[in-house]
Design a protein around this ligand. Structure first.
Ligand SMILES: *Cc1c(COP(=O)(O)O)cnc(C)c1O
Length: 372
């Protein structure tokens, strides 16, 4: 669903009717992952897979679990890092009947393991290294263009985690242009969380470019070995993008090349503030999704995005995926901030909207209501 949102446009510094939110929270499992998982699970059935697996920060597992339970053709094993998965997402995997394996470590560890396990055991791998996932995710851009009557917007802004979405979007635009269905390609902005900013570091800080496919592989290899040496781990409240080793890194360089793209990083403070504004504007999203709006606001303040540009922000997942983050933010007061928030650098909550505690007394309640 694509919706123009003037309250959110105002927050980002854009003119009325210039900001569109592509809301992916209404998919069967509540995130954009379903666009790709429907294709991958169809392929799994076609090749007669008996077991499919994925590593997940949560939404991939929820999505795979849904499609597997509908298909009833293969079992599902999902690998998650310990303590790294939002409750809404974990509850989905459990309820849809996926076998959930919790390993010590984070998403990057879980993905490395699941790839080994799939190789050893001949299990069908459903992470976004699976090309059918990316083919399916191209359809998000088809739907955006359809909703805009095929008038190409100026910008697509998307959070970057494993970089499957951004890679798929680049491929979609490349193909649509080659087919003559669009006459120009929108610019792409990929937004990392500051605590998980590999793409930002390599693309913006080190100037790594696709270069016709001959990109400087040593630069990325060096980056990752240094990361290992320093034992640097991804850390952000936006758990869906808490990834330091994006598997679609090289494909995303191609997407950035095709779409004359930029990469930015935003803090967890910027993400949660933007999330509260998105919610107040009528489309609730999870933290990672709000990185797109925080990124659009940042790019507008830098003058990279103009206030009259037509900007589409992808809201990747539903508000109810991560209720803990939402409640922690809205319950914050000047005197008390949730520890999990402050440990991620979120020290204020300018848009918090906490519950008002009132005695069960009619006069007192009315007094509160009148003061609203
Ligand atoms: C998976 C996910 C992302 C990251 O998408 P990538 O394609 O891995 O870059 C962002 N937001 C949400 C809600 C997700 O589930």
């Amino acid at each position: 669903m694509l919706k123009a949102s003037n309250p959110v446009a105002k927050y980002a510094g854009l003119n009325d009717d210039c900001l569109y939110l592509q809301y992916e929270g209404l998919n069967p499992s509540g995130s954009f992952k379903d666009n790709g998982m429907t294709a991958a699970s169809t392929h799994a059935v076609m090749v007669g897979a008996k077991v499919a697996a994925c590593a997940s920060t949560g939404n991939t597992s929820a999505s795979l679990a849904v499609y597997a339970s509908v298909a009833q053709k293969f079992k599902v094993v999902v690998f998650v890092g310990s303590g790294k998965i939002a409750l809404g997402k974990l509850s989905q995997a459990l309820d849809y009947g996926a076998k959930t394996v919790q390993i010590q470590g984070d998403f990057d560890d879980a993905l490395a393991r699941v790839r080994e396990v799939c190789n050893e055991e001949g299990i069908y791998l459903c992470n976004s290294v699976n090309p059918f996932r990316l083919e399916g995710q191209k359809s998000i851009m088809f739907r955006v263009l359809e909703s805009l009557n095929w008038e190409v917007p100026d910008w697509i802004v998307v959070p970057g985690g494993n970089l499957g979405n951004s890679s798929a979007f680049g491929k979609a635009f490349m193909e649509l242009k080659a087919l003559g269905l669009i006459d120009r390609i929108p610019r792409l902005a990929i937004i990392n969380a500051q605590g998980a900013d590999t793409l930002y570091q390599l693309y913006e800080q080190e100037g790594l470019r696709w270069n016709g496919g001959n990109y400087d592989r040593a630069a990325s290899t060096d980056f990752f070995s240094q990361m290992d040496q320093e034992n640097r781990r991804a850390s952000t409240l936006a758990s869906a993008i808490e990834i330091n080793r994006p598997v679609n890194f090289s494909k995303s360089l191609r997407a950035l090349d095709v779409c004359d793209g930029v990469v930015r990083e935003v803090t967890d403070q910027q993400i949660l503030d933007a999330k509260a504004q998105v919610g107040a504007g009528g489309l609730g999203c999870e933290p990672a999704s709000a990185a797109s709006v925080a990124g659009a606001k940042l790019l507008k303040s830098e003058g990279v995005i103009a206030s009259s540009d037509r900007v589409v922000c992808i809201l990747t997942g539903h508000q109810l995926k991560d209720p803990n983050a939402t409640v922690a933010y809205h319950s914050a007061t000047d005197e008390h901030m949730d520890e999990k928030l402050t440990s991620h650098g979120v020290n204020k909550a300018p848009f918090s909207n906490g519950p008002i505690v009132v005695e069960n007394d009619l006069d007192k309640i009315i007094k509160v209501i009148r003061s609203l």
